[in-house]
Design a protein around this ligand. Sequence first.
Ligand code: NAG
Ligand code: NAG
Ligand code: NAG
Length: 202
Amino acid sequence: MASQRMAQFLFPLLALIFILLCKALCNEGICGAKKICPEYFSVVTPNEDFETRLYVETRWITTQVKSQQLSDVMAAHYRLQGFCDRQKAKGHPIPDGYPVLISAIKAADKLYANMSWFVPNNTEIAITSDTNVWIQTRPMGYVYVRSFGGVPSWETSIEKGEQLQELVTKAGKSFVANHFFGAVYNSSLELRKYKEIWIPAS
Ligand SMILES: *[C@@H]1O[C@H](CO)[C@@H](O)[C@H](O)[C@H]1NC(C)=O
Ligand SMILES: *[C@@H]1O[C@H](CO)[C@@H](O)[C@H](O)[C@H]1NC(C)=O
Ligand SMILES: CC(=O)N[C@H]1CO[C@H](CO)[C@@H](O)[C@@H]1O
C-alpha cells in the first residue's frame, strides 16, 4: 500500500524531471546547434496549450523599431548589426545569440516596439557613443509561450498574442496587459523561421 502511494507520488515527480530534462534539450532544439540562447526553466503544467518558462536574468542589446514598416524593422536590424560590427572592431565580438526579440507595447491604438539581440553572459561590451542602441538587462521572470507558423507580421503576432492571453486567462493566470514579445530563432535572412509569441506573467 505504502509503496503504491510512493509510486503514485514518484511517477509524477519522475515525469516532471523527465519533462524538465527534455525541456533543457528542447531549449537546445529551438535554439539550434551552435547557437546561444538564454537559459530558462520550463514550468510543467499538464493540459495547458501553452508553455510557462522562467527565464534567468538576461542581457540584450536593444534598439527602437520606429514604426511597423518593413524599412524601419530592417533599420533596427542594421543598427544592431552596426553596433556589433563596431564592438568587433574594438576587439569585443558579440557572439551570435538567439532569439531576436521584438517587444511590442500597445497603448491607445498605437504600437511601440523595440528589437533586441541576446547577449550571452560574460560578453564584454566596449563603451561607445551609440545612443540608439543600448544594453538592456531583463530581470529573471516568467513568460507564457506558444510557437506559431506562417509569415510573421505585426497583425498575426498581435492576434497570436491575444489568443495566448485568452488561454492564459482561462488557465486562471495573470499577465502584463498590452505587452507582447515575438521571439524569432533563425537569422532574418532565412525564410523558414521558428517563431514564438511570449506574454510576460504579472
Ligand atoms: C547569466 O547571468 C545571470 C545573472 O547573473 C544568471 O542568473 C544566469 O544563470 C547566467 N547564465 C548562465 C548560462 O551562466
Ligand atoms: C523600449 O526600451 C525603452 C528603454 O529601455 C523602454 O523605455 C520602452 O518601454 C521599450 N519599449 C518597448 C515597446 O518595449
Ligand atoms: C532554415 C532553418 O535553419 N530553419 C531552422 C530555424 O530554427 C528552427 C529551430 O531552431 C530549426 O528547427 C529550423 O531548422
